[in-house]
Design a protein around this ligand. Structure first.
Ligand code: PHE
Length: 354
């Protein structure tokens, strides 16, 4: 191949190369790369010296033709490239990278802890697998007492402790009561918050076999029901919003006397017990019973429990309450979650909303 032919082929190859790059690179950069002062075409043209006078003329013409073709292609490309740039809205927010977050139940636990910390409660942590003694017996429910049947207990297949009895999955956070009294060894006041997992043989749209409770325990001199009601009201307004009402209804627990069930007003039906269907007919609120949600129990610590914890029940009094975390969380305004099993379903679409 003659030197002339070689250079012409090189010129054509450059053009081919350009055609391959044109839609992938920025037009401005391509112009510099191929047509710039030190661009590829000029570099090729510099080799013209080795050609004869006649060949120089032909090669120059050849090269110019290629450059013209390239220039017009580049101009077209530049137009469309520019158009695509103009349509980019630079004020648009960037694409958000996904960030993880705490599970809604963990968020609720954090919030509940902070609410009670503000009024002097200290967060403690007690076993989630515990002896019968702390879960039942010390709470005024001796072995074989029928009241135990209310707690659908999971027993751990494990040799019973000679004095503390069988090992169970905690059915409530109340096992922390006597444990906390033992911990302080008579030093008062107690203002304890015990938040942990609980287990019961149950499953429907308001119950899961594993759930969380938060337990409050206050023991001091001169503690009365008003302190309990005040604490419940304070929590209701902090957690659910200032319009929330709370009420206590007489109930029975072996470890409190008197005992209460604690209700908060329903946010979905706004405490009325009914909502309107799509035809504007009144129908019962499917989320609550008569405008109120029962979240758990409370009461004044039973003298026998104070005794079990080493306190003189003639000198000291206390109140306690134990409520479901998931249950309380679903009652938050505007959440409208009517099936607490969703929390543990692993359903990403559901969980990502929190
Ligand atoms: N432990 C009780 C329950 O799980 C609730 C409760 C706690 C009641 C503290 C009274 C005092 O139902």
């Amino acid at each position: 191949m003659s030197a002339y032919q070689k250079l012409v082929t090189q010129g054509q190859d450059l053009f081919e190369q350009f055609l391959q790059e044109i839609n992938q690179q920025n037009a401005q950069e391509l112009a510099v790369k191929y047509l710039g002062k030190k661009g590829l075409f000029n570099q090729l043209a510099a080799q013209i010296k080795i050609l004869t006078k006649e060949e120089k003329k032909d090669f120059g013409r050849e090269l110019n033709q290629l450059k013209n073709k390239l220039e017009s292609k580049l101009a077209d490309y530049q137009k469309q490239d520019f158009a695509s740039q103009v349509h980019q809205d630079l004020t648009m927010p960037g694409i958000q990278t996904k960030v993880g977050h705490l599970h809604p139940v963990s968020q609720a636990i954090e919030e509940i802890s902070r609410i009670f910390e503000k009024i002097g409660f200290v967060r403690m942590s007690y076993p989630e697998v515990d002896w019968d003694y702390y879960v039942f017996a010390a709470l005024n429910m001796p072995t074989n007492h029928p009241a135990r049947d209310e707690w659908e207990t999971f027993f751990v297949d494990q040799k019973a402790h000679p004095s503390l009895g069988k090992m169970v999955l905690t059915t409530h956070t109340s096992n922390g009561q006597v444990r906390e009294m033992e911990r302080v060894k008579g030093q008062l006041p107690i203002r304890m918050m015990n938040i942990s997992r609980c287990y019961r043989r149950q499953s429907d749209n308001t119950h899961t076999q594993m759930f969380h409770q938060f337990e409050g325990l206050v023991i001091d001199k001169d503690i009365n029901i008003q302190h309990l009601k005040g604490t419940i009201d304070y929590f209701a307004k902090e957690f659910f919003g200032p319009k929330t009402k709370s009420r206590i209804r007489p109930f029975h627990f072996k470890f409190t006397e008197p005992s209460f069930e604690v209700d908060f007003s329903c946010h979905i039906c706004r405490g009325t017990g009914y909502i309107k269907d799509e035809h504007h007919h009144k129908i019962n609120c499917r989320f609550c019973k008569s405008g109120w949600h029962e979240v758990g129990g409370a009461g004044m610590v039973h003298p026998n429990v104070l005794k079990a914890g080493g306190f003189d029940s003639n000198k000291y009094r206390g109140f306690a309450f134990g409520w479901g975390v998931e249950r309380s969380y679903t009652l938050k305004q505007d959440l409208n979650i009517d099936d607490i099993r969703l929390f543990y379903s692993g359903n990403q679409e559901f969980l990502e909303q929190f």
